[in-house]
Design a protein around this ligand. Sequence first.
Ligand code: HEM
Length: 479
Amino acid sequence: MSMLNFSVEFLLILLTLALFLSIKLIKWKRKQLKLPPGRQGWPFVGETFGYLKPHPATSVGHFMEKHLSRYGKIYRSNLFGEPTIVSADAGLNRFILQNEGKLFECSYPSSIGGILGKWSMLVLVGDMHREMRIISLNFMSSVRLRSHLLPEVERHSLLVLRSWIHGSPFSALEEAKRFTFNLMAKNIMSMEPYEAKTEKLRLEYITFMKGVISAPLNFPGTPYWKALKSRSNILDVIEQKMQERMQEMREQERDEEVDDLLSWVLKHSKLSKEQILDLLLSLLFASHETSSVALALAIFFLESCPKAVKKLQEEHKEIERKKLQRAETSLNWEDYKEMEFTQCVINETLRLGNVVRFVHRKVLQDVEYKGYKIPCGWKILPVFATVHLDPSLYDDPHQFNPWRWQKNGVTSATTNNFMPYGGGPRLCAGSELAKLELAVFLHHLVLSYRWELAEPDQPLAFPFVEFPRGLPIKVYPNI
Ligand code: HEM
């Protein structure tokens, strides 16, 4: 009996010792962990100017190239006034996005919050973010995409395309912006395209956007200051729409229900007036700036790839033929699902053009990754553009090659590392709408027109992607 007691006690002592030693070992290993290599740069501004220096959107830029070759895919820096880890590592980027709210959290510079509003989806975290996200996902659900948004997208595409004059130059980027803005203004607040109020709002919005991408210097005359004024003018218009709608709902003036986001939030959510205003504004922002640039990029890349235009035309002529056989004038969901090569063109446009090049996150607790310490409280930037242009993941990454996305050629490396819409709990809420917008616009574009650049232009990353000359093109009928 006493022999048994002795061996149990001995075992317990051994276990406690082992536990103690392993805790010590873990702590010692943590202490041994090093920060990723890198440098702090200048006081206060750190390396921000170098990081943000404009460069061709289809490249990673000089700053990134230099840092990657010196430090590798994970490095430390000082950006936007904070100590920051920059990640060009596909695995770490996925890990960051999937651990949103646990190890990392969305954290945009406060100037973005100042302009988009404190209730903007881009800024919110936690329960309030989830609530806003559910509303946005409802608005762009697959049922609504089929029943409402597909016909709307087609109508707005045709409105823009039919206004083009053969042979005279115009800005393709401006037209793409008109298309995406009008589409969203209609579906968010039932504002009709080309009406004076919608046009006024659109022009106000252009000033607003210039401020979002400018330095946050808030004194009279700066783009940021002008944008804050535009924000308040835009909010006045949205608020007026909201008051009118509430009155109509009270008096039940309309025979049929208005099917837009404004009506939906007024009826089904408990959001305050301020929250609704910021939600509508942030949806206009998230949808308009991204899809329009993606469309302009597709027009740009296709212009220099006649083989891809030919393949697109074949695909869309076949869809058009089937539509005529059914004696229908509009596209249906089955037509859309047949746009397979078009989806390859869209993927390739987003991979090479990188509309959203990186996102902003904060580290919530110390994390160990590939032997590096990623310290709590630091900023961390997952950079998608560098992964999308990585020659170890994509053959000939600077080449526009939509065929790489065809079913027979696509590998898991191609898809797993492709994150144009972000990922995890903050994956772009409008990704399916964006694909629909691009595919339907391209359908009517390639069926109606041939196009060429009227002047040389190229996409630059500021880091928001822009065409300095607005992508001037000329179109001719496609006979
Ligand atoms: C090609 C077009 C588009 C691209 C490349 C794109 C890309 C992205 C990315 C990368 C994010 C993640 C931001 C982050 O994690 O911090 C995002 C978020 C978001 N996008 Fe898009 N987007 C596009 C079109 C759209 C459209 C058409 C809408 C429609 C309203 C939209 C609505 C949103 C919203 C609401 C969020 C915030 C999601 C959340 O925080 O839960 N996007 N988008």
